[in-house]
Design a protein around this ligand. Structure first.
Ligand code: NAD
Length: 304
């Protein structure tokens, strides 16, 4: 099989100075793309800034014969990052919203600053970059977006209330971008990666980290962002060579007629039905729920 190539395309990778972002940037730089290597160069808690993180990666891509340019803005100024792509290469094809920080603290001790900073970098940062790229994607009828969620967002994680909220936001954001982008061949997918990086190096033992190289996340991102890939609006867990798709599952559910017989007691009487997953549905849009409501409105009192 011939290798996936990205010749002539322009890829913006946010937070590309280290960890996963660096692995993406090096990969796309080696497969023919021009890469905007964005990194603010601060600490993993979001303190400080430096040009070094992005510069090192740009130098590495160029030394290997690739094309890359650095950008040092925060993703909260995403329009400047996309402008770097336009100024240097005249286009933007692929956006990898990857930059991230942590402010882990129990909910009891969380301060507004811990909350605001995390929401700002992950949610507003991803929005700002995608928003600035969107008109170019629409005009050229091509765009690929990868947003970065986390298992912490999908399942919750002790001490990461802020991060969990921000990361699940990436799922809703992606689903809507996928729906709005469909007509214009703009695809958006979201990944919940797991990889050895400065974010995870203190919470996992070295032998586990050894098997979680950021490089093992890259191939999925390459597949999803390639021009021939039709996937959009999908959620993936990826890391250590494992890739799986996630989706919503709705129990077969309890459907009662919405009239004055619809009481707490009526729900309790048939509570088992609410969490009965023996005949599940996998909804993908609001319309699926509206269908249920219509069915409820047509029901007689003893239909279910
Ligand atoms: P990392 O700390 O190695 O890389 C994140 C990069 O983002 C850093 O280089 C940092 O300087 C940059 N950055 C931070 N704030 C920025 C800002 N405002 N503007 C521009 N750049 C900024 O961490 P990583 O593990 O490679 O994480 C990459 C992404 O994957 C993050 O969104 C993270 O939340 C997510 N993630 C990682 C894991 C994992 O196991 N490593 C798990 C789940 C999710």
């Amino acid at each position: 099989m011939s290798e996936l190539r990205f010749d002539g395309q322009v890829v913006v990778v946010t937070g590309a100075g280290g960890g996963l972002g660096k692995a993406y940037a090096l990969f796309f730089g080696s497969r023919g793309a021009s890469v905007v290597v964005n990194d603010l160069g601060g600490s993993f808690k979001g303190e400080g800034n430096s040009t070094k993180a992005a510069d090192v990666v740009v130098d590495e891509i160029k030394a290997a014969g690739g094309k890359a340019v650095a950008n040092y803005d925060s993703v909260t100024n995403g329009d400047k990052i996309i402008q770097t792509a336009i100024d240097n290469y005249g286009r933007i094809d692929i956006l990898l919203n990857n930059a991230g920080i942590l402010r882990d603290i129990s909910f009891k001790n969380m301060k507004d600053q811990d909350w605001d900073l995390i929401i700002d970098v992950h949610v507003k940062g991803s929005y700002k970059c995608a928003r600035a790229a969107w008109p170019y994607f629409r005009k050229q009828k091509f765009g690929r977006v990868i947003n970065t969620a986390s298992a912490a967002g999908l399942f919750g994680s002790f001490g990461q209330c802020n991060y969990s909220a921000a990361k699940l936001a990436m799922v809703g954001f992606t689903e809507t971008l996928a729906k709005e982008g469909a007509k214009y061949n703009i695809h958006a997918n979201v990944i919940a990666p797991i990889a050895a990086s400065r974010m995870t190096q203190t919470i996992m033992p070295p032998d586990v980290l050894e098997n979680l190289k950021p490089d093992w996340v890259v191939p999925l991102v390459a597949v999803l962002t390639h021009k021939d890939c039709t996937e959009t609006g999908s959620i993936y867990e990826v890391g250590g060579g494992h890739i799986a798709k996630l989706r919503w599952e709705r129990s077969s559910g309890l459907l009662l007629k919405a009239d004055d017989t619809y009481t707490p007691g009526a729900i309790l009487k048939k509570w088992d039905k609410v969490s009965d997953y023996s005949d599940p549905e996998h909804p993908t849009g609001v319309a699926d729920f509206m269908g249920l409501l219509e069915k409820s409105m047509k029901m007689g009192p003893n239909d279910k």
